[in-house]
Design a protein around this ligand. Sequence first.
Ligand code: XMP
Length: 477
Amino acid sequence: MREIPLALTYDDVLLVPRRSSIASRRDVDPTTRLTRRLRLRIPIVSANMDTVTDARLAVALAHEGGIGIIHRFMTIEEEAAEVAHVKRPEDVVREVHTIGPERTISEASTQMARSGVSSLLVIDRDGALVGILTTRDLLFEENLERKVRERMTPRGELVTGPPGTSLEDARRILHEHRLEKLPLVDGEGRLRGLITSRDVLRQARLPRTVRDERGRLLVGAAIGAVGDYVERAVALVEAGADVLVVDIAHGHAEHAIRATREVKQRLPSVELVAGNVATAEGTRDLIEAGADAIKVGVGPGAACSTRVVAGVGVPQLTAVMECVEEADRQGVPVIADGGIRQAGDIAKALAAGAATVMIGSLLAGTEESPGMTVVRNGARYKVYRGSASSAVAIDRMRRERPEEQFDELAAGVVPEGVEFVVPHKGTLGEVVHQLVGGLRSGMSYLNARTLGELRANAGFLRITEAGWRESLPLPGD
Ligand code: XMP
């Protein structure tokens, strides 16, 4: 009989500790690259699943230094709008409170009290900025019928910036002039936005935020490999997506390779991730078709049933190692997608050569995820469902063929994914802090200041079932 090779996954191995000169987890640097050209500050990518990544989660993850990939289970317009939402200039206060110069002080103070703001920008009928009125200007004013224009600081005395002023520039200007507010005004004098000192301070609290060259948050978006995928790709890039992900369960299918090639030809400057594959051959074919990163994982995901339904898959550690070996030859990074069950798995995946990990279930329970919240016995949970689960398939068919009966639709589905609930876990920032903290700890055990050193210093040991049991914390009595 032909010998059958052994394949391993994260729980089959442990990393061997080594002499380390790293005294603190803060001394390690988990920056990495997602694709040939895109860099991240932490190696975490959120899964393009409809219970994991929409604009809200992508914004939160970009603030932490990772990247979200918007899922594709919606219309092209809806997906493009999600991307545009992440890319909008977040530095500018969106809801600017304004008042007309002919209004009274009494009206102004009522408006300020109602909206809880300490100043109003004064604009004329054409939207041109004519002044600013603050609570200080109203102090001890006895004539409440006086006009706003009589008490405001007029335009000529205001410091303003052009639309698109970066937070960095705003910080400098506010500091230089000892100001709290910087109105943004266009060439015609019209008010376009406002940056406050509070925005600048908030930004300083999120130092890991990843941005494009125009200062907008990084975001990716998924496309399929059949149907409208080229049209979708074009719309997503127009909306500002930094990276596209060809999302198909069997990335080594010829139509997936064709789709990768076609998208790269149509949009040569876009960073393109292709997958999912689990072999060196699959990796080679997708890189040859133009992929700038390879997504690896067939069946390891928490909501996947591919391996039991189709009998196909490769345990994830082996899959990552095989694909990395091939991708390394071409200088292309690998995304280890699925199967991250605990923080320690991230260190194992990166030690095996992946540049990033894609995570679904561990992020699905966060406050920011789009999954539905359910309450059971007083505890809060969120729904997590595989992209090939019957729930997602039926939702899609309903969108495409609304006239058909639910029962008929359900009968035709052969799911390769399941749906379940995960406990509510707090904010994405809290969850990511734990995951990256675990990675930093793993790096310090291996004397690795960078992810390159983690890989170079990694020594894996295969462990037994008893070794794995020993690894788990025992609940005390
Ligand atoms: P985790 O383990 O982080 O995995 O929850 C997320 C990844 O799982 C994959 N995925 C699926 N695989 N059937 C599958 O075989 C599915 O229905 C399914 N849904 C998601 C996907 O690669 C995701 O990033």
